[in-house]
Design a protein around this ligand. Structure first.
Ligand code: NAP
Ligand code: ZN
Length: 352
């Protein structure tokens, strides 16, 4: 049996998202069928829909911060049952036999992981469509358990914004003596502040936007540095062990390097393309590093959800109806969101 579902889709890089119906693939023995309750709106959804990365296929149904309820399971499914609250993030398949997969890094699968949307199912080749829809069919190995202490709508952004900041914090071993900075207070940035603080770090926010100070402190920042203010930047020279840079577009990254301590690392999570005029000198002379990081593996995503469950960490969200999604994209482009839009999927029922 396949499922005909309502969704919102983009038909081209310039058309607004609009109602669209399609068939979900028939569930296989290891599949879980999920009724989607909430879906977060990631800046990557905007990049994908507008074809910023040049690999868009239309129609495209975005959404990779999915929280839902299990409504059916295949015969081979052992970890989930009808009624369970579950999450699905950016990945829905990987080869599960390469070195990266063996180490739990499915996002770096050497044979190519399968993304939740704008990709092809590795078994039957059907297009993958994301969470701006009523239901999704996902192999149980890529489905996450949602701790019952978490608010479901506030948990949705953990599936991408949460894991994308948690993974580098863990990889670079952030703990009580660490000094961490986050660049950009948006969806990823606000999760970075909360998670770094919960890991015991001293946390600083770099923002171009005066006016976010009170929010930043409430979210976990001990210090705020306005990144366009040369004096404020000079005052934090040599300070940080780790900087997570969440800025979604090309910008000058040079000014952040002097703020790293010797041996410190700045991790880029935005895919900005070639950097103009990047000066390697300050890296060489203090063994500093510029690195990248992509979401996190499935086991690490479960670890992050459990961590958030224990520490009471949710995303700060603005709930929207699916009918308001185009306006939400525009507001996100203006950095006018506190701090993640989450779509209440119930509102999809009112669409044709
Ligand atoms: P977002 O909610 O729009 O937040 C981005 C923040 O960056 C803004 O709030 C703003 O903070 C700052 N910013 C925006 N435009 C800027 C500009 N022109 N110059 C300097 N700062 C600017 O975006 P998001 O959802 O957090 O996503 C951030 C980026 O991460 C996107 O590019 C997305 O595609 C990428 N991403 C990567 C991964 C991964 O696995 N690597 C996963 C998810 C998303 P201030 O106002 O405080 O300066
Ligand atoms: Zn995302």
């Amino acid at each position: 049996m396949s499922y005909r579902v309502k969704s919102y889709a983009a038909q081209s890089s310039s058309s607004p998202l609009a109602p669209f119906q399609f068939e979900r693939r028939s569930p296989r023995a290891d599949d879980v069928v999920i009724e989607i309750l909430y879906c977060g709106v990631c800046h990557s959804d905007v990049h994908n829909v507008r074809n910023d990365w040049g690999n868009a296929n239309y129609p495209m149904v975005p959404g990779h911060e999915i929280i839902g309820r299990v409504i059916a399971t295949g015969a081979a499914v052992t970890r989930f049952k009808e009624g369970d609250h579950v999450g699905v993030g950016c990945l829905v398949a990987s080869c599960q036999r390469c070195d990266a997969c063996d180490h739990g890094h499915e996002q770096y699968c050497q044979n190519g992981a399968t993304y939740t949307y704008n990709h092809n199912d590795p078994i039957d080749g059907t297009r993958t469509f994301g969470g701006y829809s009523e239901k999704i069919v996902v192999a149980e190995d890529f489905v996450l358990k949602v701790p019952n202490t978490l608010d479901l709508a506030g948990a949705a952004p953990l599936l991408c914004a949460g894991i994308t900041t948690y993974s580098p914090l863990r990889h670079w071993k952030v703990g009580k003596s660490s000094k961490v900075a986050i660049v950009g207070l948006g969806g990823l940035g606000h999760m970075g502040l909360k998670l770094a603080k919960a890991m015991g770090a001293e946390v600083t926010l770099f923002s171009r936007s005066p006016g976010k100070e009170d929010d930043a402190r409430r979210l976990g920042a001990d210090h705020i540095v306005i990144s366009t203010d040369v004096k404020q930047m000079a005052a934090v020279a040599g300070r940080f062990d780790l900087i997570i840079n969440t800025v979604p577009c090309k910008h000058d990254v040079n000014p952040y390097i002097p703020t790293l301590a010797s041996g410190g690392t700045m991790v880029m999570v935005g895919y900005l393309g070639p950097l103009d005029n990047f000066n390697t000198g300050p890296l060489v002379f203090r063994r500093k590093a510029l690195a990248g990081s992509l979401i996190g593996g499935i086991a690490e995503t479960q670890e992050m959800l459990d961590f958030c469950g224990r520490h009471g960490i949710h995303s700060d969200i603005e709930r929207i109806a699916i009918q308001d999604i185009n306006q939400a994209f525009e507001r996100m482009l203006k950095a006018d969101v506190k701090y993640r839009f989450v779509i209440d999927m119930n509102t999809l029922k009112e669409s044709i």
